[in-house]
Design a binder for this molecule. Structure first.
Ligand SMILES: NC(=O)c1ccc[n+]([C@@H]2O[C@H](COP(=O)([O-])OP(=O)(O)OC[C@H]3O[C@@H](n4cnc5c(N)ncnc54)[C@H](OP(=O)(O)O)[C@@H]3O)[C@@H](O)[C@H]2O)c1
Length: 344
């Protein structure tokens, strides 16, 4: 059994990673179609050892496509995902356009796989925000063990989370600083090279940013609506890999040793926690990896049943493309999708 898969946004950061991961994991494809905007028509992208010519989204007929992984931003998704879904093609969307829609499941396979069955309502499945995906992978097993009451998280998010323009801006600005040239600020609100910016997405009325709000809403939707969470989201001059300093207050007692043992066994998690120089993961080491890495696990004696930890993952993989491919795998494993075209 194999599926015709369309990758929308195939020339972007997430789309390219999506093609890599579909190939690496041997997802059963009969055909892969690379789609992007008219700007990229005719350019080429790699899929394993094959080269795909990029076609335009608005000229593609989805009637014989089984799965569409969509990574082209919220506006493109709002316009296209419902139309594609109506053609009987399951959309796995990386944007925030449908994440908070009650008729659209928001899925991290290690966390809430059973919620996927809801997808038939619109034929759309949402992928969470990159900073939420890695956080819930680490929180879920701890919540099961000791029930989380409250989480305080500060993120250190790489520029690739802002797309290919974000990566270009860090590169260009860094070079400009070294050659004593003028530094242009276009994509971010302030210079990102040799700086950090406590602002991701738009400001809301209460002073939080939309990125911070997303972490609250998505954690509640996927893990438990009773969990209280507050976030500060910060952009840092790192190309790939989001880091998070996480403080958790539990209902029940849990020691750092117990948490370490639980996380060692938990799906998608990898613990690297030696209390010595370099005995922890940094974003550089997470790039290209599938795991959510957890380090610096320690008890916080300033609250009852408190733990602090450091969580790092490749935002383009678990934060986006890997999670989307895992969702596609879940559809196949559970027999929730059948290829439209039978193999000859
Ligand atoms: N980066 C992350 O860590 C991350 C994590 C989770 C979710 N996401 C989400 O994933 C999506 C893509 O992010 P990205 O980082 O890959 O952005 P990106 O590098 O800027 O790539 C954007 C992609 O969308 C395509 N696109 C833009 N307008 C289009 C249109 N009108 N029709 C068809 N294709 C169009 C672009 O094609 P052209 O090359 O033709 O312009 C490009 O392939 C966003 O919704 C983002 O929020 C990103």
């Amino acid at each position: 059994m194999s599926f015709k898969v369309a990758v929308v946004g195939a020339t972007g950061n997430v789309g390219r990673e999506m093609l890599n991961i579909l190939d690496e994991r041997g997802f059963p494809v009969s055909e892969v179609v690379a789609l992007a905007s008219r700007r990229s028509q005719g350019t080429e992208v790699s899929f394993g050892d094959r080269t795909l010519k990029v076609r335009t989204l608005d000229q593609h007929d989805f009637s014989d496509t089984d799965i569409c992984v969509m990574s082209a931003g919220g506006n493109v998704s709002k316009e296209w995902s419902p139309k594609i879904g109506k053609q009987g093609c399951v959309v796995i969307d990386n944007s925030s356009a449908f994440r908070y829609d009650q008729d659209v499941p928001l899925i991290v396979p290690e966390v809430n796989p059973d919620a996927i069955s809801l997808f038939t309502r619109k034929n759309i499945i949402a992928n969470p925000n990159c900073s939420t995906a890695q956080l819930v992978v680490a929180l879920k097993p701890l919540h099961d063990a000791a029930t989380i009451k409250r989480v305080v998280v500060a993120t250190y998010q790489s520029v690739s989370g802002a797309g290919k323009e974000g990566m270009d801006e860090l590169f260009t600005q860094t070079r400009a600083v070294f050659v004593a040239d003028g530094v242009d600020v276009k994509k971010f609100t302030k210079r990102i090279a040799f700086n950090v910016i406590p602002h991701i997405d738009v400001f809301l009325d209460d002073g939080f940013t939309k990125e911070e709000w997303k972490m609250v809403a998505e954690t509640k939707k996927m893990l438990d609506p009773k969990i209280k969470l507050t976030a500060t989201c910060v952009r840092v001059p790192v190309f790939i890999g989001h880091s998070e300093a996480v403080n958790i207050e539990f209902e029940k007692p849990i020691t750092a040793d117990e948490a370490r043992d639980i996380l060692r066994e938990a799906p998608g998690c990898q613990v690297l926690d030696k209390r010595e120089d370099g005995g922890y993961i940094t974003p550089l080491e997470s790039a290209g990896e599938d795991a959510t890495f957890i380090s610096r696990i320690r008890e916080d004696s300033t609250v009852d049943n408190g733990l602090s930890m450091w969580v790092v993952s490749d935002n383009l993989r678990k934060g986006a493309a890997l999670n989307a491919v895992q969702i596609a795998e879940l559809l196949v494993e559970r027999g929730l999708i059948q290829p439209k075209k039978k193999a000859a």
